[in-house]
Design a binder for this molecule. Structure first.
Ligand code: 1HN
Length: 354
């Protein structure tokens, strides 16, 4: 029979808890319902990083440190609930990076996956395993994990982009590795733009496709192409009541997500769009490329209203119900951890109030 819950048993239990502490053990029964909550309870909060403020400080950082000295001149976009933890959401890091004309961010490789979303400036490039890709506003560039990469700026103005990495996820697993390359630049490899020519036209090489690829062989998804697709589709396609018009970037060799751990999307919300309430286990990072509007996020019973304009970055953490509204035709880039959650059988969504 279970022992009665009396003052005696309470103090005995406390004494017991003290005893097992020295064994590095603790009673699960004291924490059971904190560990297994009926629904997700995350620490992250909805938040927006306004472009104007961040841009000004980014330019100032250009006077304080070189790209070479910094290795990567990045302002981390930290979720206020995760101050000091280099996290925008539970699993994703985001930052804003700048390369000044003539600078090089030296070649290195690491186990976290990275993506870039170009926000300002022309003449910037990334080289992935020696293949150079020049980057323009809105272009989405992939650096799959353990690929050598360096960045440079051959233009005459600062080039600024957003980075998203799965760093918190990889760190939680422990599998962080990082190597500098012995020289600033990785030796030139395939000709510039090769991967897009080879894989970006609904064809793949009939022979010699590496079967073990975990990421898309396309490094660069130019905005001109993806934007045009959404603009054309908008004329003929019914809107999804939650997402407007939303397309996912894929790996053309598998049809799956372009990256193994970060799902990426481009979304178009027409002027006047008022989305319905949507909830997902994905931790979402949005970047407004054009237009403007708001995300109304339910954060534990209080509504947080996030007003976004071009180049603002905002996040909606796991399982926070939200809806999107657009005052003008709006283009949003989105990076989330959906692909990882799907692989683990964890991904869920809830549409409307049901
Ligand atoms: C990194 O290597 C890059 O390669 C950008 O451009 C941001 C943030 C944390 C750790 C490594 C890059 C990063 C990073």
């Amino acid at each position: 029979m279970a022992p009665p819950d009396t003052a005696d048993t309470t103090s005995e239990r406390q004494a017991f808890n003290e005893e097992i502490k020295s064994l590095s053990a603790a009673p699960l029964w004291d924490q059971y319902h904190g560990v297994l909550t009926p629904e997700p309870e995350v620490k992250g909060v909805p938040h927006i990083w306004k472009w104007d403020g961040i841009r000004e400080k980014m330019l100032r950082a250009g006077d304080l440190i070189t790209a070479k000295e910094a290795e990567r001149r990045v302002l981390m976009l930290e979720n206020p609930a995760y101050a000091g933890e280099a996290k925008a959401t539970e699993t994703l890091f985001s930052g804003i990076q700048m390369i000044l004309p003539g600078e090089v961010a030296p070649a290195h490789r690491h186990t976290p996956n990275a993506l870039r979303l170009i926000l300002e400036g022309s003449g910037g490039y990334t080289s992935v395993n020696g293949e150079k890709t020049f980057m323009e506003f809105g272009d989405y560039i992939i650096t799959p994990n353990w690929c050598w990469h360096d960045h440079g700026n051959e233009g005459d103005e600062p080039v600024i982009w957003q980075d998203i990495l799965d760093l918190p996820l990889v760190r939680s697993i422990g599998a962080i590795f990082h190597n500098p390359y012995p020289e600033d630049r990785f030796p030139a490899g395939p000709p510039e733009g090769d991967s897009l020519v080879r894989y970006g036209s609904n064809m793949v090489p009939a022979e010699g496709l590496a079967p073990d690829r975990l990421a898309s062989p396309i490094f660069s998804y130019p905005y001109a192409r993806s934007r045009e697709t959404l603009e054309k589709l908008a004329k003929t396609t019914d809107l999804d009541p939650y997402h407007g018009l939303k397309m996912e970037f894929i790996d053309p060799t598998t049809g799956g997500a372009a990256m193994s751990s970060i799902s990426t999307f481009l979304q178009r919300l027409p002027k006047g769009f008022k989305g319905e309430r949507y909830q997902t286990t994905e931790g979402c990072i949005f970047t407004c490329l054009e237009g403007g509007g708001r995300a109304v996020v339910d954060a534990g019973g209080t509504e947080t209203i996030i007003e976004f304009r071009p180049k603002d970055v905002f996040c909606v953490p796991c399982w926070h119900p939200f809806r999107l509204e657009a005052d003008e035709d709006t283009y949003l880039f989105q990076g989330t951890d959906k692909v990882v959650q799907t692989k683990l059988g964890l991904w869920r969504e809830k549409r409307g109030n049901a």
